[in-house]
Ligand binder design. Sequence first.
Ligand code: ARG
Length: 479
Amino acid sequence: MSFRSGRLRGEVPRDVAEFTSSLGFDREIYVETLVINAVHLKMLARLGFLGEDVLARGLAALKEAYSSPLKMDDPRLEDVHMVVEDFLIKSVPEAGENLALGKSRNDTVATAIRMRVKARCLETADSALKLLENLLEKSLAEAETLYPATTHLQVAAPATLGFILTSYASRLLSALDGLTKIYEAIDECPQGAAACCGSTLPIDRGWLASQLGFKRVLENALDASSSRDFIIDILSAALKLMVVASDMAEQLIHDFTAGLIDMGDEFCSTSSIMPQKRNPVVLEVARTKASETLGELVRAASMIQRRVGGYVLDLQQVTPSVWAALSEAENTLNLLTRVVESLRVREGEAEGRCGWEAGMVELANHLALRHGVGFRKAHRACGRVARMLAEGGLTEDGLKNALEAEGISVALSLEDALKILSPRSVVSAYATLGSANPLEVKRMVEEMRNRAAGLRSWVAEKRRILEAVLERAFNPHAR
Ligand code: ARG
């Protein structure tokens, strides 16, 4: 408030203060703000604007604010930056009075958001990795378990449950790769850009960036102090993860309802009127999360797409979307991990659902490869066979008629045909890279495990960098 009174007259009414304050969601960047202020004090000391004794006391006060968080309930202080400054002016005036020397809330908030986004990304990556590892474990256990694969929601070909689950693992890996690339791309430090055009103080921005755990400086001061474009990248990464999660939830709901799989009761609810019901409610909510994330992305993008020049307070309203989206992503991934853990396949049902029709491509392949029948002709004959199967059953004569109707004269007994059509033999005959052949599923699991381990070390390495920032921040000798 004290900073208002020079230029503006009178007190700000409470409702006006509340309307424009970000204190309601600034808790998310509280620690980051303290760290940036601590590093800024060190910078002022490096430049000779602050004595060593004042620096030490200033850092001690900020450390105290870290250990016992300051109250943030007076909206007239506008935001976390003013709360910290107000506190430091009261506890170490010589430091607090100069906290805004060469530093603006504009570069500080941009930096704090990036720091927090990085930390939250690592948490999200951690949750996605747990789900991935669980999926891979289940995939291995169910690598041989016959299970139908669908296209157009209809049984299309025999596969195994392990194969179906590895498809989600593969997509999760790709979404996780995207998240790490985005992390690397946004790992740029806005601090030192000041309000919009830089500062006349000879601030060493490279030093600030390294103290704050960034890989590079985000150089252009106007971009650094005011753009939030990187939020689109983060929300897109969260969206991609949630699209996979929502899809997976949808498949599990579908298969649970069809009686192919079962899951723990703790993830189901019952009806208040229909006592027989066992509703897959956790998955139903999980299925909505891609839409929710898309909503946050649209919300954020539409707020940041009509700004002229530097900082405007609209930008403040954007950030809650990031925290909301990342929280939802984490919750969803964590819950899906537990649902996957509790999954049980009803083997008989699943195998039965593969049916004989699903192997029909293999019968056509057999006619083409073994007997030199053109595939299109074989396809039509097998279509006739499928129709017979669907309309009452296949007999030795029926098979013969179907082949003859297409002008195919080969000796194929019903027994041989059924052998070819059997889901088990189809699955073990798949010969291509990435197929549903159990051997291939096991190989893919192994490869994806290696990639997951690589991502785990990436997360650990980035975490160490962020932890080191916090360990050093309030220590006057660490610079
Ligand atoms: N509370 C603002 C935010 O979260 C930062 C303050 C910038 N305010 C200003 N008037 N320049 O974005």
